[in-house]
Design a protein around this ligand. Structure first.
Ligand code: NOJ
Length: 528
């Protein structure tokens, strides 16, 4: 098998791997139990060592934190809980010095109700910013996320209702208003001027709205269906946003959170290269640990995206969902196989901080639950070393004679922090952390994996098999989704590419040897 050289002209956001940081939970430098920018800066060597290409920070802006930062009161400043603009500049400079790109969350659909724009808008019916939000005398039947109830709140001052698809503290902006578009474009420029490499746009499929705000059909009322508010108005808005990014040199990018389930529709948000660079697709995130389901989702995505020239994204975990290790039943073997799958599919993988440590959701007792959407478990703090407070800063004693206290982070630790922490796992060459590191290095050096085509191969029941190809370079991947060993029969001969050697195995077994006749239970292998 011929190896092509390592070059591909694809932009970094197609070749690379993006690592999501939830800033409250990554690292605390000041001992208040809440992560901050300096805490992230001090851990950048972990990310450089791991081998990711970019980090995406969930919102760091000024916020009353009704939705932990997804309710923004000032898009152009850092919340004091996280630090300052100067801290951000230091973090960005150090990340760039380590060849790590930095992607910021951008929340275009709604602000905080404390944002001065909304304060002005609600103050009177003839305020110049009145039309910056969506006000109505008569409301439709839309419901809000997270809680039961209408997506409308009545405001006494002006006897009208404002729209909020999320919490009442998150009023929706009116993107039909050109001043809103200009102001939000300027927010992008503010951060692009500082040097950020891109944005993750929160629920960006919601920014365009049918001006009639038609009622939802009865069958979707009271369901959690998120795709009911797709409106084609959004496409034009995305073209305007893309033009702002293209005012800047370098490969600046935007990945949009498109909470829809129709693959063709998701592909349409790329606009053939004129809208989003990337769009999240959460259908695979909701797939179960079943080879047949993954085969279907991979086929369906390829079929919808290829004609549209859309490059896929792959996400197994994020700050809104139960972590995939927990969803798949908790076994480390499955988490390892899932890592090999995630990092060898065709498209841009997104890792969620902690998955490289095999992290599961924390058990959060009712007394410590804080999120209105019930998402605390996946937001547990990252343990950095074996002993409490696991690398989180201790608070300063009030009296010099008192010892400093281990801080209690804002959420409980995930399971087994004494073992599943970055320091301990870095000492174990066979750990899940080293598996991620080896996969990332292998992927980076291999155009077939980061840029090549994907072809599904015939495989025994319970096994997913595919080929990745770039020029003369070929790799194959086999994932056994079952809890039993599976006989491969003459897979190697059948696939017409005999002589496969195990390059990397999710459990480390058989590496450097010809592919044997069995896959272990929940074992995944990368073959060359
Ligand atoms: C999606 C974000 O990922 C989630 O955390 C947030 O609550 C909603 N959008 C509203 O901004």
């Amino acid at each position: 098998m011929d190896d092509a050289d390592g070059s591909s002209d694809n932009p970094w956001w197609q070749r690379g791997v993006i690592y999501q940081i939830y800033p409250r939970s990554f690292g605390d430098s000041d001992g208040d139990g809440i992560g901050d920018l300096e805490g992230i800066r001090r851990r950048l060597d972990h990310l450089a060592w791991l081998g990711v290409d970019a980090l995406w920070l969930s919102p760091i802006y000024r916020s009353p934190m009704a939705d932990f930062g997804y309710d923004i009161a000032d898009y152009c400043d850092v919340d004091p809980i996280f630090g300052s603009l100067a801290d951000f500049d230091r973090l960005l400079a150090k990340a760039h010095a380590r060849d790590l790109k930095v992607v910021l969350d951008w929340v275009p659909n709604h602000t905080s109700d404390q944002h001065p724009w909304f304060q002005a808008s609600r103050s009177s019916r003839d305020n110049p910013k009145r039309d910056w939000y969506v006000w109505r005398d008569e409301i439709n039947n839309w419901t809000q996320a997270f809680r039961d109830g209408p997506a409308w709140t009545g405001d006494v001052a002006t006897r009208a209702h404002y729209l909020h698809l999320f919490l009442p503290e998150q009023p929706d902006l009116n993107w039909a208003n050109p001043e809103v578009r200009a102001a939000m474009h300027d927010v992008l420029r503010f951060w692009l001027d500082r040097g950020v490499d891109g944005f993750r746009a929160d629920v960006v499929h919601l920014i365009g709205k049918d001006p009639d705000l038609p009622d939802d059909p009865p069958e979707v009322l009271g369901t959690s269906r998120v795709d009911r508010h797709h409106a084609p108005e959004t496409f034009d808005l995305l073209r305007g946003i893309r033009q702002v990014l293209e005012e800047y040199p370098g490969e600046r990018m935007m990945v949009g959170e498109i909470n829809l389930s129709d693959h063709e529709l998701i592909a349409a948000y790329y606009g053939g290269g004129s809208q989003l660079n990337l769009a999240f697709n959460f259908v695979p995130l909701h797939a179960s640990w079943e080879a047949a389901e993954w085969r279907t989702v991979i086929t369906d995505i390829a079929r919808a995206y290829e004609p549209a020239g859309a490059w896929p994204t792959w996400v197994l975990s994020n700050h809104d969902q139960v972590r995939h290790r927990s969803r798949y039943g908790g076994s480390e073997a499955r988490a390892r196989a899932a890592a090999l799958l995630l990092l060898t599919l065709r498209g841009t993988p997104f890792l969620y901080a902690g998955e490289e440590l095999g992290q599961e959701d924390a058990a959060v007792p009712p007394s410590r639950q804080v999120d209105p959407g019930g998402r605390d478990g996946c937001r547990a703090p990252i343990p950095w070393d074996p002993a409490p407070p696991h690398g989180w800063a201790t608070s300063e004693p009030s009296q010099p004679s008192e010892p400093s206290q281990p801080s209690q982070p804002w959420l409980p630790w995930p399971p087994e922090p004494d073992r599943r922490n970055a320091e301990r796992l870095a000492e174990e060459p066979a750990s899940v952390l080293h598996l991620y590191r080896r996969l990332l290095a292998t992927r980076r050096a291999c155009p077939a994996l980061h840029s090549g085509e994907l072809e599904l191969l015939a495989a025994p029941d319970g096994v997913l098999a595919y080929l990745r190809r770039w020029g003369g370079q070929r790799r194959a991947v086999l994932v056994n989704f079952t809890d039993q060993p599976v006989a491969l029969g003459d897979f190697a001969a059948d696939s017409g590419h005999g002589g496969w050697v195990v390059d990397l195995a999710s459990d480390g077994r058989g590496e450097g040897r010809p592919l044997g006749c069995h896959l272990g239970s929940n074992q995944a292998v990368l073959l060359r």
